[in-house]
Structures are given as C-alpha cells and as structure tokens.
Design a protein around this ligand. Sequence first.
Ligand code: ADP
Length: 354
Amino acid sequence: MPQLRLENINKYYGKMHAVRGVTLDVPSGEFVVLVGPSGCGKSTLLRSIAGLEEISAGALTLGERSIANLAPRDRNIAMVFQSYALYPYLNVYENIAFGLRARKVPQADIDKQVRWASDLLHIDEYLERLPRELSGGQRQRVAIGRAIVRDADLFLFDEPLSNLDAKLRDGMREEIKRLHARLGKTFIYVTHDQIEAMTLADRIVLLRDGQIEQSGAPLDLFEQPVNTFVGGFLGAPPMNFVPVTVEGGGATLKLPDGQTIALTSDDDAPGDGSYRWGVRPEHLKQANGAASFNATIEVVQPTGSRTYGSFSLGDANVVAELDARAVDVAGRSLPLSVAVKRTVFFDEQTGNAV
Ligand code: ADP
C-alpha cells in the first residue's frame, strides 16, 4: 500500500488545464522529485498535495485517509518554500519553534526539538540571530528546520535551493539527501533543475504540460528515455539528436554527412528506416583502434576532467565528451567511436523511442 496516492488528479485555473490526469503512488520513505520545464504544473501538483490549491477532480489519499477535502493544517504535511518565509522579527530559535508554540507543545519538548533540528542542520550557533543576520544558505536551513520539527507524515519542498548560489546549492543538495536518510520520511521535491532531480531522487517524475512523461529511477530515465523530450531534458550537455538512416537490412547506419557506420547484431539497432538518433556526449569517444567515423572539431570546451568537442554532421551540431587532452585546438580532425548499443533510436515522426 503506497503511503501517498494521487489518482487521476486534474486542476483547472479557469480554462487553463494545469494538471491533466496525474496518477502516482509514492511508497513510504521514498524521495520523489517532480521535475520539468517552467509551467509544466509541478508546483500546482505539490500545492495540491499540501492543500494550498483545491484539486478540480481526482482522489488524494495519505495512508488510509482521503485528504483532498482536508484543510492544509489537518493533513500533517510539512512544506519548505523557495522564499524562506521566515518571521523577520523572530530569532532563529523562535522561527523554528513557531509552529510548535502555535500547537501548544510544552516548552521542554519545543526546546528538545529546536536543538535537535538546529544541530542536524548545523545552525545551532545562530539560534539567537535574526533572519537578516544570516546568509541565504543559513536562512534556507532555518526554513527546513521549521518544517522538520513537526512530526509530519510527508515533507514537501518547492524549489528550496533555487535562491542559492551554485556552490551553496551543491552543498545543500548533499545535506538534503543526508537529511532524508536520517529522517526516513517521504520527501516530494519540486525543481526545474535536472541535475538536482538526478542527484536527489529515488524516483524522478518528469512532467510536461501537466502530464507525466516518464517516471522511474534517475539512471533508468537517463539511459532509457521513452521519447526525445525526456532524452533531451536529462543530461548536460544534452543528448545529441542526429537524423540517420539504417540501411542494407540493418547492416549500416548512414550519418547526415554521408559517412556510414557498420552495424552488428550487438548494436541492437532497429530495422531499415529513418530515425532521430539520440547520442549522449559520453557515448562518443576518441577512437583508439577502428574508428566509427571522423569528426572535425569546431569548438573545444575543456572543463578540467573532460573536454567537450563540438562538430557538425550535416546540419546537426554534435557534442562529444572527450578525454581532457584529446584535442587542444579547434580545427583538428578526430577519429571517433560510438557505443551504438547505448544510444537510443527515436521515431522520426512521433519522437518516441523505438
Ligand atoms: P511549474 O511549477 O511547473 O512552473 P505551475 O504549476 O506553477 O508550473 O503552473 C502550471 C500552469 O498553471 C502554468 O501554465 C501557470 O501559468 C498556470 N497557473 C499556475 N498558477 C495559476 C493561477 N493561480 N492562476 C492561473 N493560472 C495559473
């Protein structure tokens, strides 16, 4: 029995159909990340679970209870927002304690809870400070602290890291993952950032236009995207899409610039026809032996550990993830090999994986 069940959830804002028939089971303790481009309905879905939005149709159950008609405070759900929404005139201690005081929890228990949370989040030194005397990252921790002192059934996070600078975000990501492991509670986390989704989630739910495109373990979505949207959304630099044809009864793959790659049965290529070929930068390597094809590298982008080399295949711009020193200046011709078995062939018309 899943802890949280969303059954055919729909949400309209007037004529705008923001969430379209979303069905999702979340087992107890899972870390689910709702991800997708801006406007895909992820915040609406999260706010519907919290009770901050009324759903237009569908069923929402938490444990044994139907919660769709309960007020937010009766759902036993804790939520952390992107805007920390701290009380500016209360110090850190009182900000964390606020919800407990409102529920008339005895002072001794409040104190225990605040100290436990501030210790866990490394803000125990700042309990006397006001929010304005804290950095963005510290404020976000206070907001998380305020959520976790409640013994909630479910923790919801709405883009909690998007106001932080890149370095702090990386650090907080790791901390949120540790926090999830320590609490052992169900987390539902909204982000538009695919790296955040990949790194945090037990399960990614990728949304587009109010519908689930694909849901599953991060690496399953990454390696086996059901369509070009999913393939293109996850991964940076993104998956390359190259128009190709398979010819000769599955014997050759013809690239848009006329070069051909010999296929074997190990490659798992589809039958003869035209496809959009999904090749991740890491599927391409500098050949050291027989090359699959040759590329003239037009742009060289070293990152330190790897170097991204861009080249053209017909009209398609393709990025290969190469060894750091594989190519030093633009204009070099490089023999490349491709792990065809790891690539994904998409239907030219529908964009669905074949
Ligand atoms: P996301 O969180 O994925 O960026 P949202 O859930 O905020 O997307 O919004 C989904 C869609 O619903 C968007 O097209 C948005 O413009 C629309 N929407 C969100 N909130 C409202 C509202 N209060 N009134 C009307 N339309 C809204």
